[in-house]
Design a protein around this ligand. Structure first.
Ligand code: EPZ
Length: 420
């Protein structure tokens, strides 16, 4: 079993390089199936979810070669199948993008219902609604989704919720739908735009990504091409919050500062200094962090994937803060672990009431999902004494070299192996 141990109280200082966006990479890699050529994708993060997905593409007969740890060459000219087994993708959610890519190009897909972080039901009904609107027949049985169509025809699709997954999945399938598809109430996240830009690089005709109406004009086929994934907004935000909670001075570099606007505004409200450059943000923490209220929303609102990390920070602020989770019905499993570190947090429905000014003290805790794990690392950086975090496999799904990067910033953190 692997654990991360942290001796807290160290001020983080220095520069950290941010890797490519996980949630863009896990959409773009399956989207490469839609190409009838060779795609070279770089700035991929070296994380577990990327490797799980590449494994699934290889099982489908695609040739996938990493030319370095952040660059892959995918040849989808000789694809031999359209079915993925549960074991190949069981503990990640983004496997659902294989549906849109296989259905679009081959009019047939057989993919397991998605796994992934356990905060609520996380249905995929809107994905199915979009595929059916394009003319697909959907069957869900024995935990598998089978989607088939004689042909796909463009349609107007209204998403009841601005779902990132549904927006991207339907967009990928619609590339091969005859005529025009319009996705209304679409998600506007940076990784939606990145996936659209990738597909357009291959010859797709997608307009309006990043707004709430995306129009896709169907094409006969897609060529190969080269593409570089955008920087990871959530990895960047995690390090910005780590700088703030330790009263540090950290330059978070190789990012798109605009993607961080909602977090930068909150950190400024709490008393941090934020200095923006073309491709970096410098965060100078404050010894007297002030409380503030946060509500997670779809982009450009405050990202739900920074919610747990923000709760950890608010434990250190003076006064009472409220954090409302408006995207997922229940994303508070991490709170019970924060309480073990001495936090004073109550959850009422979708609202966490955080009593600040508490002294966090090290303890043994367990990550309950990817961003919960990040929140426990952040709390451990500020806690007095040693914090030990289990279930680090969650962290490896979304953070490249997390401990190394924090060590380089001055944290006293390491990963230990313990034989069961
Ligand atoms: C993506 O998940 C991300 N995952 C999540 O990041 C992120 O939290 C989420 O978007 C919101 O930004 C990937 O991109 C792989 P949604 P996704 O569909 O697509 C409801 C991380 O830590 N909904 O935007 O599953 C759903 O229940 C992960 O990197 C439906 O009702 O999220 C939720 O309440 C965690 N029906 C809301 O929409 C559907 O068909 C938003 O979900 C789909 C979603």
């Amino acid at each position: 079993m692997e654990y991360i141990t942290i001796n807290g109280g160290k001020r983080l200082q220095g520069t950290v390089q941010i890797n490519g966006a996980k949630n863009a990479a896990v959409a773009i890699i399956p989207a490469a199936i839609a190409s009838a050529g060779v795609c070279v994708i770089d700035n991929l993060p070296a994380i577990r979810d990327v490797h799980v997905l590449v494994g699934a593409l290889r099982k489908l007969g695609l040739s996938c070669q990493f030319t370095d740890e952040h660059t892959i060459k995918i040849d989808s000219r000789d694809i031999s199948g359209s079915a993925i087994t549960y074991d190949q993708v069981k503990d990640m959610r983004a496997s659902y993008y294989l549906l849109g890519a296989l259905l679009g190009r081959f009019k047939r897909a057989e993919v397991p219902l998605p796994g992934g972080c356990n905060f609520g039901l996380r249905p995929i009904d809107l994905h199915m609604k979009g595929f059916e609107a394009l003319g697909a027949k959907i069957q869900i049985e024995h935990g598998m989704v089978t989607a088939t169509a004689d042909k796909l025809v463009g349609a107007n699709i209204y998403l009841d919720v601005s779902s990132v997954g549904a927006t991207i999945n339907v967009m990928i399938a619609a590339v091969y739908a005859e005529g025009i598809t319009q996705i209304e109430n679409a998600a506007k996240e940076p990784h939606v735009v990145d996936t659209a830009n990738f597909l357009n690089k291959l010859g797709a005709k997608i307009k309006g990504a990043g707004t709430d109406i995306i129009r896709i004009t169907g094409v006969e086929s897609l060529n190969g091409g080269e593409y570089s994934v955008i920087p990871d907004q959530i990895e960047a935000g995690t390090y910005m919050i780590a700088a703030a909670i330790t009263g540090g001075d950290v330059v978070v570099s190789n990012i798109i500062p605009k993607h961080m606007d909602s977090l930068s505004a909150k950190l400024t409200e709490m008393g941090c200094r934020i200095i923006e450059g073309d491709d970096y943000i410098r965060v100078i923490g404050s010894p007297n962090l002030q409380n503030c209220n946060v509500k997670t929303m779809f982009y450009p609102g405050f990202p739900t994937d920074l919610h747990p990390q923000m709760t950890a920070l608010l434990c250190k602020a003076q006064g009472t803060s409220l954090l409302t989770e408006a995207v997922f019905e229940h994303r508070f499993q991490y709170v019970k672990e924060l309480l073990r570190l001495g936090a004073n947090v109550k959850v009422e429905g979708r609202v966490a009431i955080i009593e600040g000014g508490t002294i966090l003290t090290g303890a043994q805790v367990m990550a309950t999902d990817l961003r919960a794990g990040a929140a426990l690392v952040i709390a451990g950086l500020a806690a007095q004494g040693q914090t030990t975090i289990g279930n680090v496999k969650y962290l490896d799904r979304g953070y490249e070299r997390f401990e190394d990067k924090l060590t380089a910033l001055g944290a006293d953190i390491s990963r230990i192996q313990v034989d069961e």
